[in-house]
Design a protein around this ligand. Structure first.
Ligand SMILES: [Zn+2]
Length: 551
């Protein structure tokens, strides 16, 4: 492209060259009649000047007409926002260099080695300028949670596991009111709870866990999932472990539906832990087999909390399947504890053996207390959130260091209570695993937080092709942080603590965090949705095209 411009410029006539000089002096942004006439006046004046000026012009013309001077001409235009002097890192191109980023109309309009002019210029010297982080697993989908997301560098928060239903209403509730971008799958769990009239809150606790669905209920579940996909849901979310009476054939049929619609399945496996029968490995085999035989894409959520000490084996299974052409990905949050509701099926009989935990490894969220046999029984009847300290640190590090494992929080903060992952997951990977432990490179970490989650979605959701990258034409969802200080502050005792070192965050070219403070009135978050009438893709073609992403 630059080469073509170069030879074109060489072929300019004298008059054109004068016009070019005129353009450079009055700005190439000059368009429309008023500015054209300004240009013409300039040309006339220029022609009327003395021979001495023509000599000067000869010097101008002998200056090398290089692509750089074309860039200079472009730089004369003003951007809405310029992020100057930052260390720009783009995990797609592997660009890692000092650059100036120009933003216009919510998009990245320039990434330049030369300074740019902007109505707002932010000096990012010493800071990393990266694509905004994409959280595939954010249960917290309200303003309280979006604030923690933004302060952790997340510009798109998606609820892909539990998901939503009804989908249209879920989106309508958030439109025009959100700090960050949002989206959801249609969730097998909420659909099943509605059809089977479960009385649980967020997760099932009775009808959907205790009894098997009738054939008619299974049909109703499938119909509601189809409806959710029709309404733009990003995929199908599963938490099979929470609805354990769900048959394998029901899961298989829904995978076939996902394949037909060209969307991925986001799955919390049927089992966790190592006890056979009923291990996480067996549960992973179930969904890998369903993905192979239906051609559906598969994303396995929070791999460490399912596979625990067998995480390395589970990662090998996923990697092996990907190498053989299956479209399969996984994610983990960088913590050594789980969180879920105590009354759910996760804590059915046998949990100590399954998870290698005892009562004192359980922490009641509302009080922070460790449980006993007596409080376990009481709270399970009452219902509420519990943290389970079950993931060994070396397992958390193994997943954090693996360049294929996407970073996703699984977070939910409610009235300042919850698990620290809801507030600190992304800064924690950057601060603990990249800077302190050097378990992975900064570029690999950014790839796991931005490009990989965007790629996970983009085959079904074309809008995601403009996210997860820092390049011209991409959405201006940008996170600017200090790599020397970025760190999580949320703890199990005090989860509602903002991360530190995430200096500025933009969503669609609008600041939502500036100088480590939330911009209070900003609501630039947009819905991320599948376009209506997305054509189904033949399964065979989908499997082959995915091979490219998993060499
Ligand atoms: Zn889960």
């Amino acid at each position: 492209m630059a080469e073509t411009k170069h030879s074109l410029l060489r072929a300019l006539t004298l008059t054109d060259a004068i016009a070019l000089v005129a353009d450079r002096m009055i700005g190439t942004g000059a368009r429309g009649t008023m500015l054209l006439s300004l240009r013409q006046k300039f040309l006339l004046n220029f022609m009327q000047t003395s021979c001495a000026l023509l000599a000067g012009l000869a010097i101008v013309l002998t200056l090398p007409v290089t692509p750089a001077s074309v860039a200079d001409a472009q730089n004369a235009t003003e951007f809405d926002i310029v992020l100057a002097n930052g260390r720009v890192m783009d995990p797609e191109s592997n660009l890692d260099a000092i650059r100036h980023v120009g933003i216009r109309n919510g998009k990245i309009a320039a990434v330049s080695s030369q300074p740019l002019r902007g109505r707002t210029v932010v000096d990012a010297k010493g800071l990393v300028v990266a694509p905004g982080f994409i959280d595939l697993h954010s249960h917290g989908q309200d303003d309280e949670n979006y604030r923690f997301k933004a302060r952790d560098g997340v510009t798109t928060a998606l609820e892909m596991e539990v998901g939503a239903s009804p989908v249209a209403a879920w989106y309508a509730q958030r439109e025009g009111k959100s700090l960050v971008n949002f989206g959801a799958t249609v969730g097998h769990i909420p659909v099943k709870m509605a059809v089977m009239k479960d009385t649980g809150r967020f997760l099932p606790r009775d009808n959907a866990t205790n009894r098997r669905a009738t054939p008619d209920e299974v049909r109703q579940v499938a119909d509601l999932i189809k409806q959710g996909l029709d309404e733009g849901a990003l995929g199908i979310g599963f938490g099979i472990n929470y609805v354990p009476t769900t048959t394998r054939s029901e899961v298989f049929d829904l995978f076939a539906l996902a394949a037909e619609r060209g969307v991925a399945n986001y799955v919390h496996l049927r089992h966790a832990g190592a006890v056979e029968p009923g291990s996480a490995i067996g549960a992973l085999q179930e969904v890998l087999a369903d993905a192979v035989s239906t051609g559906a894409s598969l994303h396995v959520v929070h791999i460490t909390s399912m596979c625990l000490r067998q995480t390395a084996t589970c990662l090998n299974m996923i990697e092996g399947a990907a190498r053989r052409g299956l479209d399969v990905t996984t994610e983990a949050y960088p913590y050594t504890a789980t969180q879920t509701r105590l009354e759910s099926a996760i804590y059915d009989e046998g949990w100590q053996e399954r998870f290698g935990m005892t009562f004192k490894d359980l922490q009641w969220v509302t009080t922070g207390e460790r449980l006993t046999a007596e409080t376990f029984a009481r709270y399970r009847k009452e219902g509420g959130s519990v943290i389970g300290h079950s993931i060994p640190e070396e397992i958390s590090r193994l997943a954090a260091a693996n360049p294929r494992v996407i970073v996703a929080s699984d977070g939910l903060i409610e009235n300042r209570q919850g698990h620290p992952r809801g507030a600190g997951s992304f800064a924690r990977v950057l601060g603990i695993y990249v800077r302190q432990q050097q378990a992975l490179s900064l570029m690999d970490a950014l790839r796991k937080m931005s490009l990989l989650p965007a790629q996970r979605l983009e085959k079904a959701v074309p809008a995601m092709r403009a996210k997860g990258r820092l390049k011209v034409g991409a959405d201006a969802d940008i996170t600017i942080f200090d790599p020397a200080t970025v760190i999580d502050r949320a703890t199990f005792e005090q989860p509602a603590q903002y991360s530190e070192g995430i200096r500025h965050v933009l969503v669609g070219g609008v600041f939502v965090v500036r100088d480590e403070k939330i911009v209070e009135d900003a609501r630039p978050g947009r819905d991320v949705r599948r376009p209506r009438g997305s054509p189904p893709q033949p399964a065979r073609e989908r499997i082959q095209s995915n091979r490219l992403h998993h060499p």
